[in-house]
Design a protein around this ligand. Structure first.
Ligand code: MTE
Length: 297
């Protein structure tokens, strides 16, 4: 991924929304404003401190709209997000179908989940998401024994996205079926009780808090239940640096930088990165021994 430009550091007086969000039953981390590059330690007793909405909406990775962090918020309004259809298909789905997003909203309750979000570029935010647990849609598709992986395909339209072809096709992501059924996996539709804006992946995107942010595919149009491990966009772009699992691990450095700490967007200083981004209790059982490095690519 491109290096992080230093230009996008949120000003100190960014207004902070003071509502209190507590992540249900999940260990929390907070960044203390320490001088210089001192690290704040993760404190599981502290509530998460959500990043301001204007920061979440203006510091983005959505390469179909440009490579700089400010490009998506400036360019993405061209993406028409209503009406929107999500197709659920693949050999592993006994009940295939194309669903209007409005019908999905009618069918499922929208839940609120506050989660840490950790980009592979070593920055982080805390985001109060609204959305539908992914396992609910997968269960509705009646998965059969061929459903071993889930593949996510996103919108890719040259007429609406100035940089649609940056990777040679739609942005594609994937999970094992066990990962996809984990209650932490969310199909997000909003942030701070407001609908997603185009730059954050409107109208529907993945959120996988224990994985690096590139797994969180934006503007999803198709979900396939498949037998083979899907080839995902960044894995194909640069297999030496990005793989299929991409679980957050502070002890497994990126070939070009450390993953031991993260810059907290909108705060001063850095904080230590936690294994599985702090969600080990919820997801560690999905993976083999920590010495099995496969799960961190
Ligand atoms: N989805 C699509 N379709 N295109 C992208 O370029 N970037 C990924 C992910 N989803 C990306 C995408 C990366 S690298 C990250 S870190 C997150 O989106 C960023 O999400 P945010 O901008 O909401 O913080």
């Amino acid at each position: 991924m491109k290096p992080i430009p230093h230009s996008m550091i949120t000003s100190e007086h960014n207004f902070r929304n003071r509502r209190h969000f507590i992540a249900s039953g999940i260990a929390a981390a907070i960044a203390l404003p320490l001088a210089g590059s001192l690290l704040a330690s993760a404190d599981a007793s502290e509530p998460l401190k959500p990043t301001p909405l204007e920061t979440i909406n203006s510091y983005n990775n959505y390469y179909e709209f440009g490579f700089d962090k400010s490009d998506p918020s400036e360019a993405a309004k061209t993406l028409i997000t209503s009406p929107w259809t999500v197709e659920i298909t693949g050999a592993g789905a006994d009940k295939k179908g194309a669903y209007d997003l409005a019908d999905i909203y009618g069918e499922y309750a929208i839940e609120s989940h506050v989660h840490r979000f950790r980009c592979v570029e070593a920055w982080s935010m805390v985001i109060p998401w609204n959305g539908i647990p992914l396992h609910k849609l997968i269960t509705a598709a009646q998965p059969n024994s061929r459903a071993k992986y889930v593949r996510f395909i996103t919108a890719n339209d040259e007429t609406q996205m100035p940089n649609a072809n940056w990777s040679g096709g739609p942005y594609t992501e994937g999970l094992t079926i066990e990962e996809a059924m984990n209650p932490l996996a969310l199909l997000a539709t909003g942030i701070y009780d407001k609908p997603l804006e185009q730059q954050t992946g409107a109208p529907i995107r993945l959120v996988l808090p224990w994985k690096y942010g590139f797994k969180s595919a934006k503007s999803i149009v198709r979900i396939e239940l498949v037998e083979q491990m899907p080839k995902t966009t960044w894995w194909q772009q640069n297999p030496r640096e990005y793989g299929f699992y991409a679980n957050v691990n502070p002890d497994h450095d990126h070939p070009r930088w450390s993953q031991g700490s993260e810059r907290v967007i909108g705060e001063y200083g850095r904080q230590r990165t936690q294994l599985y981004n702090g969600y080990a209790n919820e997801v560690a059982h999905l993976y083999g021994a920590l010495s099995d490095r496969r799960y961190f690519y």
